[in-house]
Structure formats: C-alpha cells, structure tokens
Design a protein around this ligand. Structure first.
Ligand code: ADP
Length: 867
C-alpha cells in the first residue's frame, strides 16, 4: 500500500519536472509558427510593395518613350526633316535645346545607315556608316520605330537610341533618332525605388543587357556575364521571359565565396516598349526582412517570455497551494491519530504493570505517575504528581539535569541510578527514558525498573568472573611454563639424539682409528720374533710399527685433549717462543723425503727472528699447526700445501692453504664441532677422529685469536687463525732456539730410573745406551726416595708417576726435601696439561710423556744434565 502511494507521489513530482520542458517546447513551437506566418506575410507585402514600385517606374518609362516617340514621329513628318535641308539642322538644334536635360543628341540617318547630321554638331560622326548597329539595321529593314539596347554611341558614351522612320510619300528615306544617355534615364526612374539595405534595382533589356545598374561598370553589360558566378540568374531571366510580372526567391551565390549562398527575394515587372520590352528587376535579401521583423520578433519574445513566466508562476503557485492543502489534511489526520494514540497511551500508562512517570524536562516536575509507581514508591499518585524527580532520585539536581539533557540532545535513553522509597529504603533502578509529545508539550516518558536484585547478582557474578579470570591467567602462565619446558625437552632430546648419533659415529671411527694402527703394531711385532727374518724386512716392520704407534699416540692425544678442554682443565702456559722456529719444525716434521711427491710445499715466515719472538703457549700453537698442516696434507693428493703467517694489526695471521678436495659451504661451521667430519659414512676415504679442528678452535680461542676458513669443493681450502702479537723485551730473554741440541755431557752421570714396568725400563735403558750414564733402577716411589738418600751422586731422576706403594708425585716431593736442586724429569702416560702442571708443582724440572720420542728424550736429558 505504502509502496503504491510512494510510486504515485514520485510520478506526480516527476510530472511537475516534465511540465517545464514540455511547456517550453510548446511555447517555442507556437512562437515559431506565429513568427513564420508573420515572416511570410511580410515577404508578400514586401513583394507587393516592390511590384508597385516597379509598376510605377515602368509607367514612367513607358510614358517617357511614348512621349519621345510621338515627338520624334511628329518631327519626322516635317518636310525639312524628310528632305534634309539646312532648316532641318535648325529644327534639330531647337529640338535638342528644349530636350537636352534628357537627350544628348539628335541624329538624322539616310536609307543606308550613314549619319547625315547630328546635333550637337560632331564633325567626326557625320558621314559615318552606323548600319552595323543592330537597332539601325532593324529600322532600315523594318522601317518601324526601334528602341535600341544599350550601346556605345558614335559620340562616345553609353546610350540607348530611339529611331523613328522618315517617309517621303510613304517611301522610306531614313530615320530620325535621339540618343538618351542611359545613366540619366535609369537614375530618373529606378533611382527612386527604395530597395532595402542589401537590395538592387535593375533595368534589363529583352536580351538581358543591364540598361541600368547601380553597380558601377555593370551598365551596358549582360546580366548573365555580371552574375556569371550565380547559377540562379538564367532561371530568373527565363521566368521574366514567360511572365509579365512576378516574384520569387533564389539562393544567391556570393561572387568571391561560391560556397556562401544566401536567400534572395526578387520582384520583376516587364515594360512593353514597341517592338521590345524592358524589365524592372528589384532584389532584396532575407536579412532585410529580418531587420524589419526584428522589432516584432523581440516584442514577440518579450510577450512570450512574460506569458511563460506568468504560466510558470501560476503552475508553481497551484502546486504549492495543492501541497499546502495536502499537508494541512495530513496534519489534521496526524492530529486525529495523535489524539487517539494519546488516549490509548494514557490507558496503557495508567494500567501498565511497569513503574512509569511523565516528567517535565524543564522543571523536573513529575507530571504524572501510574498506579504501579504509587505501589512501588509508597506515595499516592496525587502525592507523586506534586513531587520533583530529585525527591526520589539520590543524584544531585546537576546530575539529574545532565541525564535529562542526554535524553533530549544525545539520543541516550537509558541510565542507572538509586531511588528512595517512602519507607526510606534505597533501591538500584534502571531508567528507560524517551521524549514524547502530549498536548503539544514535550515530556519525558520514564519507565523505572528495580534492578537491586540483579545488581547484587551481577556483583557476585563479577566476583566469580574475576576469580575465574585470575585462575585463567595462572593457568595460562603454567601453560606457558610447561610449554617452555616441552620446548627445552625437545631441544635437549634433539641434542641428546644428535650427541648420541655423534657418539656412535665417534665410537665407530675411534674403534677403526685405534684398531688399524694396533693391528699393525700387534701383527708386525709378532713377525719380528722370527729369528730368520732378514734384517731389511725386520727394519721395514720396525718402521711400520713406529709409524703405527705414532698414529695411535696422536689419536689418544686428541681424545685426551678434547676431554681436558671440555672439563675446563686446559690452561695456557705462556713462554717466549720463536714462531719462525716452530713453523720450521712443523715444516721439517711433515715435509720429508717420504712426503707425496705430487704435492709441493712452501713456508713463509716474513718476520726476522728477533721480531718472531712472541709470548704464547708453544705446545698449543704446535698442536694447532700440526692439526691444520696434517689435514692439508691428508686431503691433498696433488698440487700444493703452503703455510706461514703475516702480521696484521698487531695480530699474527697464520694461514694453511691447500689445493685439495675442499669443503662444501654448509660444512664450514660444522667441521669445527667435535667429531664432525665431511664424510660421515663408514665408507670413508680419509681417516681421522673428527677432533683436530675442535681442539684447534678451542686452543686458538684460548690464546686470544679466532679461526676461520675459505674453501670450495674440488678447489682447495685455506684455514686462517690469528694470535695476538705479544712481543717481549728481547734482551731479557735468552735467545735459545728450541731445536738447538746442546752438546752432550762428557763426564759420566748417574741416573735413577723410577719405573715399575719392566718393558718401559728396558726401553729407557736402550735410549741411554750410547750416553755416558750409570743407571740405577727403583721399582716404586719408596725405593726411589731411599736410593736417593743413600746415593748422593745421583744426578738425575726419571720419575714414573704411577707406581705402586708411593707414586711419583709424592716421591718427588720427599726427594726435593733433602735434594732441592736435583733434576727430576717426570715420565708418565698421564699426558694432560693437568698432569704436567701437577708434576711441576711437586718439584719436577721437566715432563716427558709416554710413549717417548727418542730425539726429544735425549734433548731433555742433555738439557738437565748440562745445567
Ligand atoms: P679429522 O681430520 O681427524 O677427521 P678434523 O677435526 O681435523 O678431524 O677435521 C674435521 C673434518 O674437516 C675432516 O674430517 C674433513 O672432512 C674436514 N677437513 C679438515 N681439514 C680439511 C682440509 N684441509 N681439506 C678438506 N677437508 C678438511
């Protein structure tokens, strides 16, 4: 229903909008029609006017020629003219004198067309044959009056000629003619025709010669030639030929711009002149009509505009009045509905179960209260109607005002407060408030809900929610903690798995690495027992056993070193050393005659020996270089191994470069971890425990440097490590090259070997074989102390550490008590840094670890005995 109404309204309002263009179109059409009618009437009037003008001019011309012809006819009958005597000349002169305002010459011609006489007298003209002129020819042939076209007269000006024949006794004896300059005649009759601003008036001969034309130079020319640019001229001439008078409209082309054509109106009138006719042609342009019409048009526009405005205003007012009436009807209808709904409202209000008030928003007075309100508050409805809101509400009057304003201006219709009942109790209330209009006044319709119970329920709910929330937070924290611990466990598990995997691989490798040399040692040692073994083979087997032993020793040293590093037992023992010397020793150790001949090597030690004295831990540096150079050689089958150092920013930068198999980029960091090897399967090509780089890294960092590498697979590797360049005052330190082998002692010396193992004792005995020493053996610490006490000639003790009854540490301490200056070299299979330190702490002067290197052993013995 509503939709239909809405559509109708929309249609009506649309119609209103349509009215304006439709009215405009209608006005325009009416205007155009009226204007068109007026225009065509005006043109007709114009044409009529032109024709009247032309007719008047024509009559004038007709009369003119009639007069002149009758005068000439009259003259031609004079005997003097017929016979052509001297009196003729006088007659002609008299005639001329009386007509000279129009006529320029009077001429007598003979029957052959020769000028007999002309007045005013013109010697050159007299005697001239003018029979070639058309009109002359016509008069000679027809012997009737002839009016010529415009022609160039013998007198030298454009003229027309009127010839009348002269007869003598009905025999043709020539003609009498007058010359009339065309200018004068045209101006006389046509000049007065008031053609419009852009119009022209012509006088045309039968052949279309312009007898008169106001345009200079046209007179005497054919109109076809002067308007040759315009296609419409022949049509006009054709029309003139067929009709005596008429009007028409042509599209006239401009002479200079043929594309520009304008409408041209014309009127013509033919003048019958004896044997011929002339035509008066008058033209005018359409714009001339417009000029005449423009005032009328402007007036019409003005009148129509006024009419349009008046009509628009009328319709506008009509619409407005209709709207007003409609609005008024609506308003009345609404008032009726309102009244009904007010009544309905009052009934609902009074009987409603909810507590309700009507409040005056300005005074805050309770205007009305229902029965439920009376029941709730304890006051009667009448009492309540005398009260203000503030008497019930515990809020201040300012706060009440603020609440009421929020209802009025901010569309807020719900707020909470506390109301006091008649019995003095205070209740929590929720007020729903809206503005309504009753009896043309704004009042606030308020519904009061008692929410005291709900509030207390909410409070306890909130308390519980808070508790749950705090528990939730705790639970979340516990969850997070638990999460952190699964994470830790996962990492630990992964680490354990990784280390388990590494350990398995390590054990696998170590087993292989230990068993291989052991196999050689055990096997070849057994073969050496054969008494028939040729000496060369025996030597070869011995070499193999030594080589395998060295290999085994290196593995064991590595394992002990890494264990010591991880236990935090490794200590830095700084001494002053010559790094050139250490490099040379490594070089000599690795690059011997037996080294792979396909690998070249080069050592670079750029510092002079004095500058190469630095303070660092020589054992660790040697170990690092041994590992790195050993790896370079191990992984290079062909090419080169170069090593050395450079001095950079107070650091010694060592490099070990090889052209070997190289290391993939993803393994560059990995290989520094213990047991990590590029090849991890059992089908390994190269041996090794995977500990060398881990040890080297730990040592380099202990010494204050760092280690890194550059490497590409199949291209080779360069390992770099740095050490602080700590120099010492060279004078303070004796220059004692490490490899300088002291000269052997000459006097026989007494050496006590404290050693419980027979094999070891025998080996030591063998090492002393070519040295001038007396050897005494003690099989435990107790015996060693006793021997020392009873033998003051003992020069040196080789003290085993692990011995029954009393170990080497204790024995050393005891001996040092009574022989503080006696040299004691600890010789032990406990080879760690800690063992070494302990030995020095007990009083040992040096330390040699098992198994012994013979050369090292001898140099240490010499060192001690020569002191
Ligand atoms: P090992 O040589 O006993 O296996 P390292 O800790 O010395 O143990 O080296 C770890 C691994 O790093 C080697 O197994 C090898 O895969 C790789 N590596 C070390 N040095 C080189 C080198 N110069 N060229 C190629 N690979 C090397």
């Amino acid at each position: 229903m509503n939709t239909r109404k809405f559509k109708m309204n929309k249609l009506i309002s649309l119609n209103r909008y349509f009215f304006i263009p439709i009215a405009l179109i209608l006005f325009f059409l009416t205007f155009y029609m009226i204007y068109g009618d007026i225009k065509s009437n005006t043109i007709n009037d114009f044409n009529k006017e032109q024709l009247i003008l032309a007719e008047t001019a024509s009559q004038g011309i007709t009369y003119f020629f009639d007069d002149y012809q009758s005068e000439l006819d009259f003259l031609a009958k004079f005997q003097e003219v017929i016979d052509f005597s001297d009196e003729t000349k006088t007659l002609m002169a008299n005639y001329y004198e009386t007509h000279k305002s129009v006529v320029t010459a009077i001429t007598r011609i003979d029957t052959t067309g020769v000028i007999l006489y002309t007045y005013p007298y013109n010697q050159s003209a007299i005697g001239r044959d003018i029979s070639y002129q058309n009109h002359v020819k016509q008069v000679l042939d027809n012997q009737k009056p002839v009016l010529s076209d415009v022609f160039m007269a013998a007198q030298g000006f454009l003229a027309i000629a009127l010839h009348v024949p002269v007869f003598k006794n009905k025999i043709f004896v020539g003609s009498l003619a007058v010359l009339i300059p065309i200018d004068g005649l045209g101006k006389l009759y046509l000049g007065k025709i008031k053609n419009r601003k852009n119009g022209h008036a012509w006088l045309l001969s039968e052949k279309g010669i312009e007898i008169y034309c106001p345009i200079s130079g046209h007179t005497g020319e054919s109109i076809l030639e002067t308007t040759e640019h315009d296609d419409s001229t022949p049509k006009v001439l054709e029309k003139i030929k067929n009709e005596n008078r008429g009007t028409g409209k042509i599209s006239h082309q401009d002479r200079d711009d043929k594309t520009n054509a304008s409408d041209l109106y014309y009127a013509f009138y033919r003048i019958p002149l004896g044997n011929t006719y002339w035509t008066i042609l008058i033209s005018y342009q359409e714009k001339d009509v417009y000029v005449a019409l423009s005032r009328l048009r402007n007036r019409l526009i003005f009148v129509f505009s006024l009419l349009f405005i008046a009509l628009s205003f009328y319709f506008y007012s009509l619409t407005k009045v209709r709207n007003l009436l409609r609005e008024e009807a609506k308003r009345k209808e609404a008032e009726k509905t309102l009244h009904k709904s007010e009544e309905k409202f009052r009934k609902i209000f009074d009987d409603h179960a909810a507590v309700k008030f009507l409040v005056d928003p300005k005074t805050h007075n309770i205007v009305d209260a229902n029965k439920s309100a009376a029941n709730y508050y304890g006051w009667s409805c009448e009492d309540l109607k005398k009260m203000k809101v503030g008497q019930l509400d515990v809020l201040s009057s300012q706060e009440i005002k603020k609440n009421i304003e929020s209802v009025l201006f901010e569309n807020n219709n719900q707020f909470e407060s506390k109301h006091q009942l008649k019995d003095g109790s205070i209740r929590d209330v929720e007020i729903l408030c809206s503005k309504i209009r009753i009896d043309n006044n704004d009042v606030l319709h308020s519904i009061i809900h008692d929410v005291t119970n709900r509030k207390s329920a909410e409070a306890s709910l909130q308390e519980k929610t808070d508790k749950i929330e705090s528990q939730n937070i705790k639970y979340q924290q516990i969850n997070e903690e638990l999460n952190e611990r699964n994470q830790e466990l996962i990492i630990a598990k992964e680490k354990a798995e990784e280390s388990d995997h590494l350990k398995t691989a390590f054990l696998h490798n170590i087993s292989h690495e230990i068993r291989t040399p052991m196999n050689a040692i055990v096997g070849f040692s057994g073969l050496l027992n054969d008494p028939d073994l040729p000496p060369e083979e025996s030597q070869y087997f011995t070499d193999l056993i030594i080589q395998s032993s060295e290999q085994l020793l290196s593995i064991i040293t590595d394992i002990i070193s890494i264990a010591s590093i991880e236990a935090g037992q490794e200590k830095v023992q700084e001494t002053e050393i010559n790094i050139n010397l250490i490099c040379k020793l490594i070089n000599e150790q690795f690059f011997t005659n037996d080294t792979n001949p396909d690998v070249s090597f080069c050592l670079q030690t750029p510092l002079a020996d004095e500058q190469a004295l630095v303070v660092t831990d020589s054992t660790k540096l040697t170990q690092i270089l041994t590992n790195l150079v050993g790896n370079a050689l191990k992984f290079t089958q062909k090419g080169f191994v170069n090593f050395g150092y450079t001095l950079k920013d107070n650091f010694l930068e060592f490099y070990i470069e090889d052209s070997g198999i190289g290391i993939p980029a993803e393994m560059h960091a990995e290989i520094f971890k213990r047991f990590r090897q590029v090849e991890s399967t059992s089908a390994r090509t190269y041996g090794g425990s995977g500990l060398g780089l881990a040890i080297s890294k730990a040592y380099v960092e202990m010494l204050g440097g760092h280690i890194w590498l550059k490497s590409e697979v199949d291209k080779g590797s360069v390992f770099y490590f740095t050490l602080p360049y700590k120099t010492v005052n060279s004078k303070a330190i004796p220059k004692l090259p490490l490899n300088e082998v002291k000269s052997e002692f000459t006097k026989p010396k007494t050496v006590l070997i404290a050693e419980d193992e027979d094999s070891n004792f025998v080996l030591l005995e063998k090492f002393f074989l070519d040295m001038k020493v007396n050897i005494i053996r003690a099989i435990n610490g107790v015996e060693a102390v006793a021997i020392c006490k009873s033998n003051p000639q003992v020069d040196l003790i080789l003290m085993d550490i692990k011995m029954p009854e009393m170990d080497g540490y204790e024995a050393t301490e005891r001996i040092k008590e009574f022989r503080p200056n006696l040299s004691i070299i600890a010789q032990t299979a406990y080879s760690t840094e800690a063992d070494r330190n302990k030995a020095f702490a007990c009083g040992c002067s040096d330390f040699i670890s098992k198994p012994f290197d013979r050369e090292l052993f001898r140099s240490k013995i010499n060192e001690q005995l020569l002191q």
